[in-house]
Design a binder for this molecule. Structure first.
Ligand code: PMP
Length: 395
């Protein structure tokens, strides 16, 4: 019989010459189980997705119940139905008052794409500023904002009018002018290997955008839903973005994203032209039900308040002094080594010993730690021991 692995390699489109090839048959909480009965602690949470753990029973139940009632009905924005309206309301309830209008989409990159259209349409300006080493998605518009030439160059021509400036550097904010429609910003830059800007810098960015009449878009696709110890990372800086992009940890494991703005901005998508952003599946009843359950679990299980304490457990148990550098905010962590080869050996060693970790897109020398937020101290201690042993063997 043809194995699953052979089918995967033959018929599933490949994007890497060296996929991980773990054959997973079930997942629960912080654990993944493979076909050989081996159990892994998932220290990357599907890249900041499974914040409340894999297959949380309340999400599973919400999905099952909604699937039995109805699934897809019509393209976005026509019918009124409960999981979608309740989710939009629940999000607005936990956000600052000006972020009061939610457009539900299917992924992070779609949130970015739609937000690009929104800011251009609203401002009447064409220029979009983003940052070196930023990641906002892989579709053409989002790719145009990406701050890395290697991943862009063979897909040109991309969207004109974009500019990538230095992240975290006050002087670079002068590039934001009255030509700028918007600045797309990750409040912690993830794929550069966890870059954490200062509060002063983020406040200066907000001020510069206000002075120039440019919109400020926060991409919280990776930092959202409790990952940094607050529901959203912007709360750490005491600033409010004009547009907020969400996805990943939003759906409790189901594919959903959103862009959120004030109604006066979002209004642009309903006139000149009407149907300013169209999506068939955006706001899908089943994924909206999952996202609603996910948000309620984050609060009912008091998950976010425990994130910083759990982050400190990593500080305590990880022998991070052995790394070149160690960066952490909440449960977003990077350990930097000399080069990709060293990092890869440590990652492979961890996986062989039952801990799943990874590198970062623009920081191949950095090891990624971003577990489900429900991980407990014992699991943190166990996984750190495995990473420590791997560091001892390979450094
Ligand atoms: N923005 C950020 C900050 C991300 O980390 C990602 C995904 N890695 C995206 C956007 C794109 O999200 P998606 O893969 O759902 O399109």
């Amino acid at each position: 019989m043809i194995s699953q692995r052979q089918l995967f390699l033959s018929h599933v489109a490949q994007t890497s010459p060296a996929p991980l090839l773990l054959e997973i048959v079930s997942a629960s909480g912080v654990y993944l189980h493979d076909i050989n009965g081996k159990k892994y602690i998932d220290l990357i949470a599907g890249i900041s997705v499974s914040n409340i753990g894999h297959c949380h029973p309340k999400v599973v139940k919400a999905v099952q119940e909604q699937a039995e009632k109805f699934m897809h009905l019509l393209v976005y924005g026509e019918y009124v139905y409960a999981p979608q309206t309740l989710l939009a309301k629940a999000l607005c309830d936990v956000l600052p008052a000006q972020l009061d209008n939610v457009y539900l989409v299917n992924s992070g990159t779609e949130a970015t794409e739609a937000a690009i259209k929104l800011v251009k349409r609203y401002s009447g300006r064409a220029e979009i500023i983003s940052f070196k080493k930023s990641y906002h998605g892989s579709t053409t518009g989002a790719l145009s904002l990406m701050g890395d030439e290697y991943f862009k160059e063979n897909f040109r021509p991309l969207m004109p009018g974009t500019k990538q400036i230095d992240y975290g550097k006050l002087e670079a904010l002068e590039s934001i002018t009255r030509q700028t429609a918007a600045v797309f910003f990750e409040p912690i830059q993830a794929e550069s290997g966890i870059s954490i800007p200062s509060i002063e810098y983020v406040q200066a960015l907000r001020k510069r955008c206000d002075e120039m009449g440019a919109l400020l878009v926060f991409d919280e696709i990776q930092t959202g839903f409790g990952r940094t110890g607050k529901l959203f990372c912007f709360e750490h800086y005491d600033v409010v973005p004009d547009v907020l992009l969400l996805a990943k940890g939003m759906g409790g494991g189901m594919p959903i994203g959103a862009f959120i703005a004030n109604k006066s901005i979002m209004h642009c998508l309903s006139e000149n032209p009407v149907l300013g952003h169209i999506t068939t599946f955006g706001g899908h009843p089943v994924t909206a039900a999952a996202a609603l359950a996910n948000l309620s679990v984050l609060y009912s299980e008091n998950i976010i308040d425990q994130v910083e304490t759990k982050g400190r457990c990593f500080d305590k148990y990880l022998h991070h002094q052995k790394a070149i550098s160690y960066r952490r905010k909440g449960l977003m962590i990077a350990l930097q080594f000399a080069d990709f080869e060293t990092n890869k050996k440590i990652i492979d060693d961890c996986i062989a010993h039952g801990v799943i970790t990874d590198w970062f897109l623009f920081a191949p020398d950095c090891l990624r730690i971003g577990p489900p937020l429900i991980i407990n101290e014992n699991e943190i201690e166990q996984s750190c021991a495995i990473i420590n042993n791997a560091m001892t063997r390979h450094l």
